[in-house]
Design a protein around this ligand. Structure first.
Ligand SMILES: NC(=O)c1ccc[n+]([C@@H]2O[C@H](COP(=O)([O-])OP(=O)(O)OC[C@H]3O[C@@H](n4cnc5c(N)ncnc54)[C@H](OP(=O)(O)O)[C@@H]3O)[C@@H](O)[C@H]2O)c1
Length: 258
């Protein structure tokens, strides 16, 4: 597929890098107004340009990774030169209906919510679309599957997906940072503490994804009666470990909904 990414920032670049690495049969064009910081992508085979309409007519999918307030300006540039394209929008808070109203019926809209782990083929990209665009959406689903997992969700859960999958990256990283800080306090240098904490989280996640069981089943395998793990877990819970995470996620969702 020919993929045209408009908005070469944090997310746009991670999708481009992921596609170049895990789906090299795709051709990738990526745009932003100031391209100097992303010209290095050309070495991996992408076309980098300031011109949003550069060869856009040949694109199969146009991915929007711009901020909500940048959408109207970008659409004003590209709409006169495109028709019958799939526009996959990662723009937070912009519904399929609102975007479809802006672009008219000549192009299809798919809503995507990837995260920056797309770069490592490890994004959880939630995807929503209207029934009429099902066939086109399947193409988008299949290439996001090459960048991790790509569950299809009801659009009304898109804000929740933004919090769980996109903001969730920051939440998980903050857990790793806290674990690492504790690691330093109990004797490791920061590099070793980071390596151990990050790999431990990766290992726990891999076990869950592989075994498809409830986390408590795996926790039970680690918690010896009267052992150190259950003592630590209970102390954390008494200080609000799970409840603070749940409250944080619900607060993020409230913030998104405005
Ligand atoms: N970051 C995440 O983890 C994440 C996850 C899921 C969804 N999202 C959503 O994805 C969108 C982008 O987020 P981000 O974090 O990647 O933002 P970002 O780093 O600010 O990237 C936006 C990019 O768009 C470019 N841009 C602005 N106007 C443009 C135009 N007219 N033509 C071409 N490029 C233009 C900007 O570069 P120039 O100023 O150089 O043009 C900038 O690099 C947001 O709607 C966000 O909510 C982000």
């Amino acid at each position: 597929m020919k993929v045209h990414i408009i908005g070469g920032g944090n997310l746009g670049v991670s999708i481009a890098l992921g596609l170049l690495k895990f789906s090299p049969e795709n051709q990738v064009t990526i745009t932003r107004r100031n391209t100097s910081s992303i010209l290095y992508l050309e070495k991996s085979g992408a076309t980098v340009t300031v011109n949003n309409t550069h060869q856009i007519q040949e694109a199969d999918v146009i991915i929007l990774t711009i901020k909500p307030y940048q959408v109207d300006a970008v659409l004003a540039e590209i709409l006169p030169v495109i028709s019958n394209k799939i526009i996959a929008s990662a723009v937070s808070g912009l519904s399929i209906e609102n975007l479809q109203n802006k672009i008219g019926t000549a192009n299809s809209v798919i809503r995507i919510m990837p995260n920056i782990a797309a770069q490592f083929g490890a994004s959880a990209t939630c995807i929503a679309f209207h029934e009429k665009d099902k066939e086109k959406a399947e193409q988008v689903v299949s290439f996001f599957q090459s960048l991790g997992t790509a569950p299809i969700i009801d659009e009304k859960l898109m804000d929740a997906a933004t919090v769980l999958a996109a903001s969730g990256t920051a939440f998980a990283l903050r857990y790793i940072r806290a674990s690492m800080q504790a690691g330093i306090e109990i004797g490791f240098d920061w590099q070793t503490a980071l390596a151990i904490s990050a790999q431990t989280v990766k290992g726990a996640a891999e076990m869950l994804l592989e075994e498809k069981v409830h986390p408590e089943q795996l926790i039970d395998r680690v918690t010896t009666p009267q052992g150190c793990t259950i003592a630590g877990l209970n102390e954390m819970e008494m200080h609000g470990f799970s409840s603070s995470l749940i409250r944080g996620i619900k607060t993020s969702l409230k913030q998104i909904k405005g």
